[in-house]
Design a protein around this ligand. Structure first.
Ligand SMILES: [Zn+2]
Ligand SMILES: [Zn+2]
Length: 294
C-alpha cells in the first residue's frame, strides 16, 4: 500500500525480514514455526525458552489456570515478548473437555495468539479438533495401569502418575513417563504409598503427539488466515469470523441448522465475504432436517 507509514502497513510486508518468537517450553515451535514460515515473509523463527509457561496453568493440576484459554494465550505471548525483547511473538494454549454440540465426545480446543508490538496488533485463532488421546483413570493395580496405558497409545503418548485426580499440596506427581519400565516402577512405588493411584495422559505438546499434530493444524489454519488479505483494503488476516447456518437438506432443500458457509470479515474496513465450507459439503443429510425428520 503506497503512501502509508511503516506502522500502518496493511499487507504481509509488515512481516518482511522479521524474526518470530515462539513462546513455548514444550517443543511447539517444531510445528508452529514451519507453518508460519511457509506463509509469511519472515526472516526466521526462534524459541523463547526463558518463560515459565507453567505459571499460566498446568494440565497436571499443580497450577490453576487463572484466565480463560484465550486470555491465557494472549498473556503468554505478551510475556514472551517481554522476556525476549522480540516485537513479534506467538503462543498457544490448549484445553481438553467435552465437545459442546455432543458432550459425550471429547475435544481439544487450541488457541493461538500473535502479538505484534511494532504494529500494536493482537490476533487470536481458535481451532477445535475431535482427534484426541486424552483421559485419566483411578487404578488399584499394576495390571490396571498397563491396560489404561495401552488404551492411551503409550509409550508414544506419555503418562502422568499421581496419588489422586485432584492435586493436593505435597503430592508426588510423576510426569513425562515414556517407557514401560519407568511406568511399572512408578506405579509400584505410588501403589505402595497410597494403595490407589491416578493415571492420566500427559497433555503437554511434546508428550502427546496427537495434540502436537492438532497444534500443527491450528498453526497452518492461522497462517493461511494471516496470509489472506482483504480484497477491498488489503489488510492482512482476512479471517473467518462466524459460521452461517442453513445448509440445505439433501432431500427437500429446506435450510437445516447445519453450517452452510463461513463468513470472512475484515477488521479494518468491515468488508465481508462468504467462504465455502472447507469440506465442500453442499447439502445436509435429511436426518438433520426439521421437515423430513421433525
Ligand atoms: Zn478491509
Ligand atoms: Zn428435508
Amino acid at each position: 500500500m503506497s503512501g502509508r507509514s511503516d506502522e500502518q502497513v496493511a499487507g504481509l510486508d509488515r512481516f518482511n525480514g522479521r524474526v518470530l518468537g515462539v513462546a513455548s517450553m514444550h517443543g511447539k515451535e517444531r510445528v508452529i514455526g514451519p507453518a508460519l514460515m511457509a506463509r509469511l515473509p519472515l526472516a526466521g523463527v526462534v524459541v523463547i525458552h526463558e518463560l515459565d509457561t507453567d505459571k499460566f496453568g498446568a494440565f497436571s493440576g499443580e497450577v490453576e489456570r487463572g484466565a480463560d484459554p484465550r486470555t491465557a494465550c494472549l498473556q503468554k505471548a505478551r510475556h514472551g515478548a517481554e522476556v525476549s525483547g522480540l516485537d513479534l511473538v506467538i503462543a498457544s494454549e490448549g484445553s481438553f473437555g467435552p465437545y459442546p454440540p455432543a458432550p459425550f465426545i471429547s475435544c481439544d480446543e487450541e488457541w493461538l495468539a500473535l502479538v505484534d508490538l511494532r504494529n500494536a496488533t493482537e490476533l487470536v485463532h481458535r481451532h477445535v479438533s475431535l482427534n484426541t488421546v486424552f483421559g485419566g483413570e483411578e487404578c488399584q493395580s499394576e495390571g490396571e495401569v498397563i491396560a489404561f496405558a495401552t488404551r492411551m497409545q503409550f509409550p508414544e503418548h506419555h503418562l502422568v502418575l499421581k496419588p489422586a485426580a485432584a492435586w493436593r499440596s505435597g503430592d508426588r506427581v510423576i510426569k513425562g513417563i515414556n517407557d514401560r519400565d519407568t511406568l511399572v516402577r512408578a506405579a509400584r512405588m505410588l501403589l505402595a504409598e497410597n494403595g490407589t493411584i491416578w493415571v492420566e495422559c500427559d497433555l503437554r505438546a511434546m508428550a502427546n503427539p496427537t495434540r502436537m499434530r492438532v497444534i500443527g493444524d491450528a498453526a497452518e489454519a492461522f497462517a493461511a488466515d494471516l496470509a489472506r488479505c482483504c480484497p477491498t483494503c488489503g489488510l492482512f488476516n482476512f479471517a473467518i469470523t462466524q459460521a452461517l447456518w442453513g445448509l440445505p437438506c439433501g432431500q427437500c432443500g429446506f435450510p437445516t441448522r447445519s453450517t452452510r458457509a463461513h463468513l470472512r470479515e475484515c477488521r479494518g474496513c468491515g468488508h465481508r465475504q462468504e467462504a465455502e465450507r472447507p469440506d465442500g459439503k453442499r447439502t445436509e443429510d435429511p436426518q438433520y432436517c426439521d421437515l423430513c425428520n421433525p
